[in-house]
Design a protein around this ligand. Structure first.
Ligand SMILES: NC(=O)c1ccc[n+]([C@@H]2O[C@H](COP(=O)([O-])OP(=O)(O)OC[C@H]3O[C@@H](n4cnc5c(N)ncnc54)[C@H](O)[C@@H]3O)[C@@H](O)[C@H]2O)c1
Ligand SMILES: [Zn+2]
Length: 358
């Protein structure tokens, strides 16, 4: 990822966790792994312990400073940031000490925010362990926590020094979490890459069997799309909004369901609603809408949510932080592989799209 003020590698390689020390030293331009003296690690306490063990074994000379984060969105808070800072700062770090965030998106977002804040910023290494974190949250530099009932409302832009993606870590990821990550993979394919869409559809068996070659290829291509979009618009002034395909609907659905519908399933529903809206506007044909819906259904993601209250979803969409000057901005497909941003979609048409997924 090349930015005007920073550049970093995203390495997708089976087994990269076992040489994490080397890769981190290289990214920080240190004279070898032995130069890593202290290593703060923010880790999801629910991960299989072998994952942390393998990371630490790759840098035997470093003294680990381990902050264990209780899992769950309700722990992505400033209070937990304070606790992690207590651990990290009392371990005796300096401005060049890298912090590793080892876990899913929750750990990456919170750990990344700690790295942005500690000593006004120390190097961050993202080691994502969920598919969602691998293809989405670990790349792009957005870090932060929830505040009260506001999601992701306190944070920073903190670009990592390196992102290490080891697809073999997905062997222990529950299928449900794999599906959530796949929702974001489908999103990347629909916004930029029709071939990735076809290949994902053709390789679902390999994906769920945790075929390392299949996963490595799809992750690398998905993350490359995110990287290209972020590179073109690192601070979210324009094009980066394409990554919100399905998300304006999804955030409203998550809120209205009080998170009974999790992010991945909500994104799937949101993408279906966006396709319905695009079809109504004459931007895509019904066959294209059906292809997106069919793939999501085959993955095992929902394409309908019975009992979803339309009025509440409409109200929540109007409150979305991306609805500047009262107009709801929607990212809508023009075909599989290309999207555009529309802020002129009539409210009645949006309502119809919400009705269609009930
Ligand atoms: N910063 C961004 O740009 C960005 C983008 C998208 C999402 N996010 C954030 O990401 C978060 C969601 O991330 P998530 O879906 O990874 O959630 P998560 O971090 O809760 O991980 C999901 C679950 O999988 C488990 N898990 C993770 N890796 C595992 C492994 N290898 N083996 C076994 N279990 C494993 C975790 O313990 C957890 O129970 C949300 O808070 C969201 O706001 C941030
Ligand atoms: Zn998302």
């Amino acid at each position: 990822v090349h930015l005007s003020d920073a550049a970093y590698d995203v390495i997708v390689a089976p087994g990269v966790l076992t040489r994490a020390g080397e890769e981190i030293a290289r990214a920080l331009r240190l004279a070898g792994v032995a130069a890593l003296r202290k290593l703060p690690v923010v880790v999801d306490a629910r991960l299989p312990s072998a994952i942390l063990d393998r990371l630490l074994a790759s840098m035997p000379t470093a003294t680990p400073i381990v902050a264990r984060l209780p899992g769950g969105e309700e722990n992505k808070t400033l209070a937990r940031v304070g606790e992690v800072l207590d651990v990290v700062l009392s371990g005796g770090i300096d401005r060049r000490t890298p912090l590793v965030a080892l876990g899913g998106g929750i750990t990456g977002d919170l750990g990344g925010f700690v790295a942005a804040a500690a000593l006004r910023g120390i190097p961050l290494v993202q080691v994502p362990t969920s598919l969602l974190a691998m293809v989405d949250s670990s790349v792009g530099g957005k870090v932060g926590v929830n505040h009260g009932r506001f999601k992701n409302m306190v944070g920073a832009f903190k670009h990592p020094a390196v992102v290490l993606i080891d697809p073999t870590l997905l062997n222990t990821l529950p299928d449900n979490e794999l599906r959530s990550g796949l929702a974001e993979c489908v999103k990347h394919a629909v916004i930029r890459d029709a071939r990735l869409f076809e290949d994902t559809a053709a390789r679902l068996d390999g994906i769920f069997a945790r075929d390392t070659a299949v996963l490595s290829d799809l992750i690398a291509r998905s993350v490359a799309i995110k990287a290209r979009v972020v590179q073109a618009d690192p601070y979210e002034a324009g094009e980066r909004m394409h990554l919100n395909f399905g998300h304006t609907f999804a955030h409203a659905i998550e809120t209205v369901s009080r998170h009974a519908i999790a992010h991945g399933p909500a994104v799937a529903l949101g993408m279906v609603a966006a396709c319905v809206a695009a079809e109504q506007l004459g931007m895509i044909d019904s066959a294209t809408r059906a292809r997106v819906t069919d793939l999501l259904a085959r993955i095992g993601l929902p394409t309908r949510a019975t009992g979803l209250p339309t009025d509440a979803v409409m109200a929540a969409m109007a409150h979305d932080k991306k609805a500047s000057d009262g107009r709801v901005k929607l990212v809508l497909p023009m075909r599989i592989g290309a999207v555009t941003v529309r802020d002129d979609v009539p409210a009645e048409l949006i309502r119809g799209a919400v009705e269609s997924i009930r």
